[in-house]
Design a binder for this molecule. Sequence first.
Ligand SMILES: Nc1ncnc2c1ncn2[C@@H]1O[C@H](COP(=O)(O)OP(=O)(O)OP(=O)(O)O)[C@@H](O)[C@H]1O
Ligand SMILES: O=P(O)(O)OC[C@H]1O[C@H](OP(=O)(O)OP(=O)(O)O)[C@H](O)[C@@H]1O
Ligand SMILES: [Mg+2]
Length: 302
Amino acid sequence: MTPPAQPRDRLRVAVQKSGRLGDPARELLASCGLTWRESRDRLFLYGESLPIDILLVRDDDIPGLIADGVCDLGVVGRNVLVEHHLERGAAGRPASLREWRQLGWGACRLDVAIPEGDEWTGPAQLAGLRIATSYPQTLGRWLRENGVEAHPVVLNGSVEIAPRLGQADVVCDLVSTGGTLRANGLVPVTTILESEAVIAGPDHHLEDGRQEIADLLLRRLDGAVQLRESRLLMLRAGRGSLDGVLPLLPAGHEPTVLQVDGLEEVSVQILVHGPVSWSRLEDLKRAGAHNLMVLPVEGMLA
Ligand SMILES: Nc1ncnc2c1ncn2[C@@H]1O[C@H](COP(=O)(O)OP(=O)(O)OP(=O)(O)O)[C@@H](O)[C@H]1O
Ligand SMILES: O=P(O)(O)OC[C@H]1O[C@H](OP(=O)(O)OP(=O)(O)O)[C@H](O)[C@@H]1O
Ligand SMILES: [Mg+2]
């Protein structure tokens, strides 16, 4: 039984110490105006600009630290959160965490992959096979949902090599480019979880004034995430081509159309969500636009 957490009036956020999500998570928090003083062991960052401290840990430990009340929030892959949630469930403990925000980066999939050249006929073909994975609970849930009985072989890393070593027949592991699978003669056949980086937190309100600090951080995070994805698209077009150009603009805010002094031309500006592809710019140019420009947005205040 975990002893109750000590009262705290500062928010504590768990972030991966090293690894894929550590740097982007710290950059995101810094873009929310957070500054820190680093402890000598570099495991604790004391928040200077706001009462928000950062604990640097292994990503697998993040859900447990939040569940135990040692940390309030954490930046972690959904894959780790789901595995923790199912582990707790299997041990008969109630769910205690939820996704507070999805961050739109750190995307990867948890896929089942089989040896190249083998035919894939569906989940039933996995019956009785040994499946190497670091995610036994998530795999187990998917197998149950598909009515398949197989044998998970739990490995903490280098899962893709297991079939070559004779430890397993197939694998269930994280995939983004697919390069690691290909290098090991495996092909992905089905996705059992789509993942991305998320802000994880408890499924209840925080106490001792920490909910107010968390709300402030989340408001800034929402703004920072939106800003990161925003682009300003600017172009010029002849009045006559406007009807062809406007329907081709990417999704975004209401465009601003301004008459250019002394010319039969307009200048169009639109704030768009997400990158603008080259093919979109080419389509706009074909429709009569010119002087097209896509600019990052540094700040925004409605
Ligand atoms: N190939 C990938 N592409 C994109 N995201 C990935 C990829 N592999 C993992 N991730 C995401 O990044 C998270 C962290 O991955 P990383 O490899 O750094 O973890 P780790 O080796 O378990 O680190 P730690 O030392 O903290 O335990 C994963 O849980 C997943 O959400
Ligand atoms: O589809 P890909 O782009 O090849 O990425 C997939 C690989 O990335 C992760 O491992 P990572 O490189 O983090 O090494 P690890 O085995 O130490 O976790 C994951 O466990 C896969 O092995
Ligand atoms: Mg880990």
